[in-house]
Design a protein around this ligand. Structure first.
Ligand code: SAM
Length: 253
């Protein structure tokens, strides 16, 4: 008998985890099947596939980044009343006056970092948790720090529900996380007034840091590579507009 397919077919967290795992090329999924409010659908998967095509046309070429965008349901990290917007290539307001970054920006920063499995990555600005999830499904060991307590708590709970093993820290990330340094990669997801050596010094030799640096209106996407003890190279990758980094090395707002 041919099964009747509906356009709205729901998935359980079990299947979503399988999706995460397959993005890491892990074939066997043995997570117990539990129903959850977080649901993925064929329609939303289709919208994600369209988003992946759009990102490709905008210059995102790294296969592991494109696979991760395809695997992570962005709508899980999106304000519930606006799910229809979750796969538009736009930043969107979240709690605490903050934003979930534009998919292109997430993909661009991730591509610049050249993430490899088991990289130890520090993210400064957890926000919705979407960027952390992208890094995690690429196989990184993620430490994510957030200064808005409500956002930190919400992301922590969401990661737990999704079975994503991401270390979440509440505090001022503008200082980095010296107690857990060095990191292979560091990503700032808020606009920094300048790059301070106390942050770049937390990179492993050979490590990379990506950060939007500039004034409050527009920032350059800066990629720093640590080549030696006191040797760094810098390159610039276009203009962006982020919410401000606060804290001791951020903006006094
Ligand atoms: N990566 C996030 C995502 O995927 O949703 C987007 C983050 S949003 C553009 C920037 C975040 O940086 C905000 O949640 C903001 O509260 C946080 N932030 C700003 N200054 C910070 C600081 N000093 N330490 C940690 N987080 C900070």
């Amino acid at each position: 008998m041919i099964p009747i397919l509906t356009t709205y077919l729901s998935f359980s967290v079990h299947e979503i985890r399988c999706n995460f795992l397959s993005a890491k090329n892990i074939d066997i999924c043995c997570v117990p099947k539990t129903k959850h409010l977080l649901q993925d659908t064929y329609k939303l998967k289709g919208k994600r596939a369209q988003l992946v095509s759009e990102l490709k046309s905008l210059g995102i070429h790294a296969p592991n980044v494109l696979r991760a965008v395809d695997a992570v349901p962005r709508h899980f990290f999106f304000p519930k009343d606006f799910l229809d917007k979750a796969y538009e290539n736009i930043a969107f307001p979240i709690e605490g006056g903050q934003t979930i970054s534009q998919p292109f920006t997430v993909a661009m920063q991730t591509q610049l970092l050249e993430i490899k499995p088991e990289d130890k990555v520090l993210e400064i600005g957890t926000g919705s948790g979407y960027q952390s999830a992208i890094l995690k499904v690429m196989g990184a060991n993620v430490y994510s720090i957030e200064t808005v307590e409500r956002l930190h708590q919400t992301a922590k709970m969401l990661f737990r529900k999704l079975g994503l093993d991401i270390a979440t820290i509440y505090g001022d990330g503008s200082k980095g996380l010296p107690e857990l340094a060095p990191f292979d990669k560091i990503i700032l997801t808020a606009a920094a007034p300048q790059l301070v050596t106390s942050l770049t010094a937390q990179l492993q030799i050979g490590g990379k840091l990506v950060a939007p640096v500039g004034d409050l209106a527009v920032q350059k996407m800066i990629l720093v590579t640590r080549n030696g003890d006191n040797e760094y190279t810098e390159s610039s990758h276009g203009d962006f507009n982020f919410v401000p980094l606060t804290g001791s090395n951020g903006w006094a707002i």
